[in-house]
Design a protein around this ligand. Sequence first.
Ligand code: C2O
Length: 349
Amino acid sequence: PIITDQLCVKGVLPPHALPPFQCCPPPPSTSSASGPINFTFPDPAEPLRTRRPVHVVGAEYMAKYARAVALMKALPQSDPRSFYQQANIHCAYCTGAHRQLGYPELGIQIHFSWLFFPFHRAYLYFFERIAAKLLGDPAFALPIWSWDVPEGMGIPEVFTDEASPLYDPIREPSHAPPKVADLDFSYRLEKNLTDEQQILHNLRVMYKQMISGAALPSLFMGQPYRAGDAAKPGAGTVELAPHNSMHTWTGDNSRPNAENMGVYYSAGRDPLFYPHHGNIDRLWECWRRIATGNRTHEDFTDPDWLDSSFLLYDEEARLVRITVRDVLRTEKLRYTYGGVGLPWLHARP
Ligand code: C2O
């Protein structure tokens, strides 16, 4: 398995990157230098958080998410729960800054492999709990950007209010609402479809990525990535599109790296990143529930996948080691998804 070492070095950023250029977490304070603690499940009596789409939860709920982001932005940059450090964590895990335990020459890259879904689930789990703690609302659930259903196929308005903590000035201006998203967008290649054509196209993309092209776990989740392996063995269907494509579609296409959302190192700086990944995480749950023909969709059972582990900070700012095995059941993590259907389920082209 790939075990994340605490050792973090300066990762590799693309040319023309925007500051900050270094994304390792702050060194542990001497009082807490005891190393990471192992993950434990939340109390089963905790309220079950239900993550629902931005277009369903309403303005008052979105104001709560905005407040959570504002509170995270107000924490000192040295606090691992600050928005600054949360964005940096994503940067560290995608620029090879963290090392593989036992392979100090190998940086970890959690994209383009079978670690893609579980890493982001663990990362969002702690982000959501940090938000809930700062809000003093133990049932707070992250809103999700459900770009796979027609009502969610565009940047939600609330993220474009310049006065809101949810606003990010570094996005593609021509993709502001009411522009319909292109779920398999390629950098700078506009399809120029009518809204209706684009929506139909998007539903077909979903069908292909979730059903016809994703019968096996390796096709859906990505290729095996084991201790000592080089990074990026291969991405799964949904990681390529809509995941990567919606990152690129959202980021500023006039920049060589399409910041912020369009490139790994800076994507977490946009508050839209987290609802985007909420939807990706929801699609993992959807995929597991879809049975086609006489075949059901099952996760990998390979111990190299199950025992891979990441280091993340919890809502008390403690460093936690969490494994892939820990994140397989959302109910055990005390959250679920609601308020959204699967309009692409029969969108066979
Ligand atoms: Cu870790 Cu959406 O990228």
